[in-house]
Design a protein around this ligand. Sequence first.
Ligand code: NAD
Length: 332
Amino acid sequence: MPQPEIVVTGAGGFIGGHLVAALRSQKVGRIRAVDLKPPESWYRRFDDVDNRQLDLRRREDCLEACAGVRDVYQLACDMGGMGFIENNKALCMLSVLINTHMLQAAQQHGAGRFFFASSACVYNADKQRGYDVTPLREVDAYPALPEDGYGWEKLFSERMCRHFAEDFGLGTRVARLHNVYGPHGTWDGGREKAPAAICRKMVEAKASGDHRIEIWGDGRQGRSFTYIDDCVEGIGRLMDSAVHEPINLGSSETVTINDLVSIVEDIAGIRLERSYKLDAPKGVDGRSSDNTLILERLGWAPSTSLRAGMEKTYAWIHDQYVARGKGRDYRV
Ligand code: NAD
């Protein structure tokens, strides 16, 4: 069998699974999909793809992942929602092993293009204080004061990408992803993010008849949420571009967490009594994506409305919840 031309790492996760699905349907080349988890537990798995279970903190596993490939999509990362990243800073920092070894392996195997999934968590915390959200421009990452742990690791790895490009000619691309959501992702267990958590709480409230919801923080935090299809399309457009500096890949539609809860209430057709857990991890006060640069450089920006994306996400989480109640595994 010929060597795959593309490797997607973190392929058993949320964005990686969608990316493999998109690349597969675009028939852009043979694909290798890699994750730490066994393929049976991946959110999306395709039998015509070279699926491998590897630990990319290990250099030899990165060398195996990158052997013979032209394009690397590096999404593997030990991460989760706010509850996870605020309580597991050392684990978040250790993803630097994955990024270091993946860059070295890609360079060693002569890969042409290397995509790195960075995050809006790299932005300076001082620019995200207060509920009046000023959308973040790429320059707002400096002077550096990123999210402790997770954000520092992402910022450091962004810089490694830059230096691998400058010093070794590796064709790196870096997207700062903003709160990606959609079907086929983590929706319970402690690593889920706000959109999935709110959908799950709504489904549970409907099922139990207990019409109350606990919200982390006071609900006034401002955020933008990016639908998965926009994220995957943006990654493809960035990979095909000559943009090498970090670029925002996020929706600019800004809402509060309270607004998000109201949207899901409308979709679910119920109203819940809200209580606010003020000492829970809640992240920064306000964050949204300034899309001037992506529009200028790629002539495109995410456009799926939050309502449309949340309808699909809610429907999927509802189905997983029902399937689990019937004893079925929710993964495919
Ligand atoms: P995810 O947790 O669903 O997927 C990450 C995958 O990486 C998991 O399947 C995990 O098993 C795998 N992984 C972890 N350690 C590994 C290792 N040592 N070797 C191999 N695989 C390993 O997360 P996601 O939401 O799909 O995010 C993908 C990427 O995008 C991550 O790098 C993340 O930091 C970045 N990102 C995501 C968001 C978001 O909102 N989802 C926002 C900003 C950045």
